[in-house]
Design a protein. Structure first.
Length: 428
């Protein structure tokens, strides 16, 4: 066979140039669409959210609460500038490798600076949500002030209509002209909210709460039901009765929603060091300097009695624990305390049924500082704190984060170039 025959045979097998180029364009377009759909969130209006509120505002952190019409995933991008939102905050209930779908969403922005403005955008169901002007939302932390009052936390319990505990319900507690406070109900249906850092909207200062102060509690379930509770401050610790989701209540003054009288509380007594009455903070010691940011907190009270503990720090923490049969209670924090001075306020009842309060001051050293002497006398036991933890913020993109580098764009580009090269070879 001559060279001319080979050439003629090859020419007969050649794929038409136009068909080849159309095939290449089709493949590249298909891959490009796949890439765009998988990585770039679409934009949505703030109207797609039923409600958006800044909650639990303090000097070092702030919470973002929002509602959606249907269950969907969500998280928040935030930063110090509207063009530099390089951190991510996830929903309190999300695991690191799995995002849940909710009607009620809550994230905490942590490690913030006092008196500083921060910008944030919400990613709701892979849609970027900004304000009406299509710019990120903003909030401003309060200055580095915190309350030293010994207020008991507000707490209560809510159940479903079948009397089973209602868990993962959103609880918002709001005093007039103040930023809302927020928590989620536990598996038992119980909830607890510290009242030491109620921030006024107009002044940014801590609100002084009076006995006749009134407000509103709103509780939202993941099934779309809601309960409203009008209250006066004196009836918050605890609420006079267990709530049922879907029903509204009034606990104002000395009457509850059923018209029954509320038993008045016994007067509060502050104990001095020589009159403990069986109620004591054993650890940490007074003015102890502790190198561990997770210190042992232990004390004594009446056997099987309830003990309310508040730690006054830049971020307020409140707990409710129970003393054992020997009258010993223990608490292990779920979050590390910041370096500096802290004050523990303990509230419980003595043998005469009177409310008593004990306080204790201590300090946490900065990392690397050495402390002489022993701050605590035994290993730290475990307990069940009521303050939720938050996923640590990490660098963010405008998409759901994944571990490692994203190799998909490189793979698609390489594949497209290979197909293009083969098409050119076949065409010519």
């Amino acid at each position: 066979m001559s060279y001319s025959d080979l050439y003629l045979n090859r020419q007969k097998r050649r794929i038409p140039t136009v068909v080849t180029l159309l095939a290449v364009v089709f493949v590249i377009g298909l891959f490009s669409k796949m890439l765009g759909d998988s990585t770039m969130p679409s934009k949505a209006s703030v109207n797609s959210l039923k409600r958006l509120t800044v909650v639990n505002l303090s000097a070092n952190q702030a919470g973002i609460y929002w509602q959606t019409d249907r269950r969907e995933t969500g998280w928040v991008l935030y930063g110090e500038t509207n063009m530099g939102m390089t951190k991510i905050a996830y929903d309190e209930r999300d695991a690191s490798n799995k995002k849940g779908s909710y009607l009620n969403h809550y994230v905490t922005l942590k490690n913030l600076l006092p008196g500083k403005t921060y910008y944030y955008s919400i990613i709701a169901d892979n849609k970027l949500v900004n304000d009406q002007s299509k710019k990120p939302f903003s909030l401003k932390t309060v200055n580095g002030l915190y309350s030293s009052s010994n207020l008991k936390p507000a707490y209560g319990k809510i159940v479903k209509s079948n009397n089973l505990p209602l868990s993962d319900a959103a609880v918002l507690l709001t005093f007039k002209n103040s930023h809302p406070l927020f928590t989620l109900t536990k598996l038992t249906g119980e909830w607890l909210i510290p009242l030491n850092n109620v921030i006024e909207k107009d002044t940014g200062k801590i609100k002084s709460l009076e006995k006749n102060e009134t407000g509103l509690i709103e509780i939202f379930s993941e099934d779309g039901e809601k309960t409203n509770v009008e209250f006066s401050f004196e009836n918050l610790a605890p609420l006079p009765s267990t709530l049922i989701i879907g029903k509204d209540y009034q606990f104002v003054g000395n009457k509850d929603v059923l018209g029954e009288s509320i038993v008045s509380q016994a007067p509060s007594v502050t104990l001095n060091p020589t009159d403990k009455g069986g109620v004591e903070i054993i650890y940490p010691k007074e003015n102890a300097v502790i190198p561990d940011a997770n210190p042992l907190i232990k004390g004594s009270a009446l056997p099987n009695s309830e003990v309310f503990i508040t730690i006054h720090s830049p971020v307020a923490y409140s707990f409710r624990v129970q003393a054992d049969d020997q009258g010993i209670w223990r608490l292990n924090l779920s979050e590390k305390l910041s370096p500096g001075e802290h004050t523990i306020i303990l509230t419980t009842k003595d043998r005469n049924g009177k409310e008593v309060t004990v306080s204790r001051k201590f300090a946490i050293t900065k990392s690397g500082e050495q402390v002489l002497g022993v701050a605590t006398g035994e290993a730290t036991p475990t307990s069940l704190p009521t303050v939720p933890t938050t996923v640590t913020a990490s660098p963010a993109l405008t998409q759901a984060p994944t571990s490692g580098s994203n190799m998909l764009p490189l793979a698609i580009t390489s594949g497209s170039l290979i197909i293009l090269g083969l098409g050119i070879m076949l065409a010519f």
